[in-house]
Structure formats: structure tokens, C-alpha cells
Design a protein around this ligand. Structure first.
Ligand SMILES: Nc1ncnc2c1ncn2[C@@H]1O[C@H](COP(=O)(O)OP(=O)(O)O)[C@@H](O)[C@H]1O
Ligand SMILES: [Mg+2]
Length: 146
């Protein structure tokens, strides 16, 4: 078979783990002349499922979106050497696993690259739960970068 890596998705969450994953993704994208999507999924701010079921305020929602765009994606764009790479930043709202899978399917990605660990609290021995769930549920091949 031929496997054209036309589109590569990388999950960006502001962690060192996702930085290392994105560096790999850039190297792959440069080599294969792929389109690289730097994707961050912003969790819905507290409130939506919280006590009383009140939806998050528009202010909380837009603050979360701005944070995702500027801090998470902006910082990653600055960190990476993206010279000569055709890339795009994508921000999605919702659950990280669902969001990453949705973007990879919507954009017909050929590969999803994620870190083994993310921005979660503990230095754990196990894979992060987003990584774990993506590996289990993705219909697109996944590269987990340690
Ligand atoms: N909100 C998110 N948006 C995009 N990618 C994410 C998000 N959360 C996690 N990822 C991806 O999944 C990888 C593993 O993160 P995760 O499973 O959440 O580990 P942890 O539990 O240590 O936070 C990250 O390195 C990143 O590539
Ligand atoms: Mg996490």
C-alpha cells in the first residue's frame, strides 16, 4: 500500500509532553510535506455540568478560548521551528479525546501525534488518560511520543 501523510494532527495542551510530541510531528511533516494541524481542545469551563446545571458565562467561555489560542497554541507556535512547514492552528471546545478524534476525522488526518503525558498533575508511570483513550478509540493511526 501507499501511505500518503497528507495531513497530520498533533495534540497541544501546553505540557512538555506535547512539546516533545509536536517536535516529532514537525519533523515528520517537514519530511513528508504534510499539512500539520496544531490542535488544542479547550475544556468547557466549570458551570456547564456543575451544581444547578448553569451554563458557563460567556466571559468564562471566551476567556478559555483566548487562553487556548494565545497561551497554548501561541506558545507552541513560538517554540517550534515551523519554517517551511504548511501548518494551521485549530482550537476546539469540549472533551480533549472527543475533540481530537473529531478534528482528525473531519480533516481526514493520516496520523495523530500525541505525547504519552500531558498537562495533568502527577508524574505517573501510566499513560495519560487522554493518550490512553485516543489509542483505544482513534480510527486514525496514532503515534504516542514518550
Ligand atoms: N486538551 C488537549 N488538547 C489537545 N491535546 C491534548 C489535550 N490533552 C491532552 N492532549 C494530548 O494528549 C497527550 C497526553 O495527555 P494526557 O493523556 O492528558 O496526559 P496527562 O494525564 O498527563 O495530562 C498530550 O501530550 C497531548 O499531546
Ligand atoms: Mg491531560
Amino acid at each position: 500500500m501507499t501511505w500518503n501523510l497528507e495531513t497530520i494532527v498533533v495534540g497541544v495542551d501546553g505540557s512538555d509532553g506535547s512539546k516533545v510530541a509536536a517536535e516529532r510531528a514537525v519533523a515528520i511533516a517537514r519530511h513528508w510535506k504534510s499539512k500539520l494541524l496544531l490542535v488544542t481542545v479547550v475544556r468547557t469551563p466549570e458551570g456547564w455540568w456543575g451544581i444547578g446545571g448553569a451554563p458557563p458565562t460567556p466571559e468564562a467561555l471566551s476567556a478559555a478560548m483566548v487562553d487556548g489560542q494565545q497561551r497554548i497554541l501561541g506558545e507552541m507556535e513560538e517554540h517550534l521551528d515551523l519554517e517551511g512547514v504548511d501548518y494551521e492552528t485549530v482550537e476546539e471546545l469540549g472533551d480533549p479525546t472527543t475533540g481530537l478524534i473529531a478534528v482528525s476525522e473531519r480533516r481526514d488526518a493520516d496520523l495523530v501525534v500525541i505525547g504519552r503525558r500531558g498537562a495533568g498533575l502527577a508524574e505517573r508511570v501510566l499513560m495519560g488518560s487522554v493518550a490512553d483513550r485516543i489509542v483505544h478509540h482513534s480510527e486514525v493511526p496514532v503515534l504516542v511520543v514518550p
